[in-house]
Design a binder for this molecule. Structure first.
Ligand SMILES: NC(=O)c1ccc[n+]([C@@H]2O[C@H](COP(=O)([O-])OP(=O)(O)OC[C@H]3O[C@@H](n4cnc5c(N)ncnc54)[C@H](O)[C@@H]3O)[C@@H](O)[C@H]2O)c1
Length: 353
């Protein structure tokens, strides 16, 4: 950047108008996104909308009703981070009021609702962005770039291990849309993001592996996707993992493989009589994807300011939602083929020596 370009950039920054944001839903994710907004220049939080947050909120942000936000022309855009079961009716109203909206994943608890929201945003010309934060994780972005550059040749299969550390509360699970819409949806999106293709076929198994899971929930699942170029994607999800929040991806190609390892909380390794050890894994998504959450909101703010196309868009959310429906249906109906069994009497086991 030469001196003139630098000066223009400074001029642009200093003459920028302030972008005013409402945050609708002020739990874990609403607060995480508020922290990003707080450090961005020329952006401010004009309203927090959340029925359980009182004016005694420690961050001293203005608590307002949704109706007041919708009617306030000085509010430029909104972040929806409410529980999933409330997304559809909140987004529908924000879109109708012409507010560019960033919504946490999944866009809605059902594909029918997601379809209606995407159609409404498209008809109204209001940008609708969805919080597939993992696309913004530096490790995932590097993986995608190196796949695209052909470093390991043609990618034949992708393997995901995506395990939460601890199960969600029963209330969260009941409002979440279920494991495939709430959790696997990230991996369904990354399958599209990393391969650049669409999902052609889905198969899935799911079960309850632990009494710690909410009673109505499956808590472990394996989903296989066949992409439209025949790449096979295998996704292992669990709602609990003794080692911590475990996030791994491996891409096998015709000329080698690329692996994204789980990140320990410290890269310092100790070696002693017990062997070699790094720090533990992150305790949860807020720590593991902290960088990604910051980058995604910064990118969204820029896209609103520049009136750029939303990315990831409502359409991306809809694609992932359809895959989640297919996986949930496979898992629920247990549509499988039983392999034929050998007749043991005619083919005894070989003796063990
Ligand atoms: N991208 C990610 O990595 C990630 C991680 C966790 C959760 N999420 C998503 O973020 C959303 C919120 O999850 P969370 O973990 O922050 O949940 P949370 O339970 O911590 O917070 C949800 C908040 O929404 C509020 N709320 C409920 N109905 C509302 C309404 N009608 N209007 C305004 N506020 C309302 C609740 O009072 C609560 O404070 C969910 O959709 C979830 O799927 C995304």
């Amino acid at each position: 950047m030469d001196q003139q370009e630098y000066k223009s950039a400074v001029d642009r920054r200093t003459t920028m108008t302030v972008l005013r944001i409402a945050i609708v839903g002020y739990g874990r994710m609403g607060r995480r996104h508020a922290a990003t907004i707080a450090r961005l220049p020329h952006v401010e939080i004009r309203a927090i909308v959340d029925p359980v947050v009182r004016s005694s909120d420690p961050h001293d942000l203005p608590i307002r009703e949704l109706d007041a936000v919708l009617e306030d022309p000085s509010i430029d855009a909104a972040i929806v981070a409410s529980s999933t079961d409330a997304h559809a009716r909140l987004i529908d109203r924000l879109i109708a009021a012409g507010k560019p909206t960033f919504c946490e994943k999944p866009l809605a608890a059902s594909t029918t609702d997601a379809e209606q929201l995407v159609a409404a945003a498209s008809d109204a010309g209001v940008p609708l962005t969805v919080g597939f934060n993992r696309r913004f994780d530096p490790d995932v972005a590097e993986l995608r770039q190196r796949i695209a550059e052909g470093e390991v040749g043609r990618v034949e299969s992708l393997h995901f291990i995506s395990h939460d550390a601890t199960p969600p509360s029963a209330d969260y699970a009941a409002a979440s849309g279920g494991l495939f819409h709430d959790m696997s949806i990230h991996d369904f999106d990354l399958a599209r993001f990393l391969t650049g293709g669409e999902v052609a076929q889905v198969s899935a198994f799911a079960g309850r592996s632990s009494d710690a899971a909410p009673a109505t929930e499956v808590d472990v699942a394996v989903t296989t996707l066949l992409m439209d170029d025949d790449t096979i994607v295998q996704i292992n999800n669990s709602r609990h993992c003794a080692a911590g929040y475990d996030q791994r991806i491996e891409a096998f190609g015709s000329r080698g493989s690329l692996a994204m390892a789980s990140r320990p909380t410290s890269a310092v390794r100790v070696a002693n009589e017990a062997g070699f050890r790094y720090g533990p894994l992150s305790p949860g998504f807020l720590q593991r994807y902290d960088t990604a959450y910051g980058i995604e909101i910064e990118a969204w703010v820029r896209s609103v300011r520049e009136q750029a196309e939303p990315w990831p868009s409502g359409w991306d959310a809809l694609e992932a939602s359809r895959v989640a429906d297919a996986a949930a249906a496979c898992a629920a109906t247990r549509t499988t083929t039983t392999p034929s069994r050998p007749d043991r009497r005619e083919s005894p086991r070989a003796p063990v020596h």
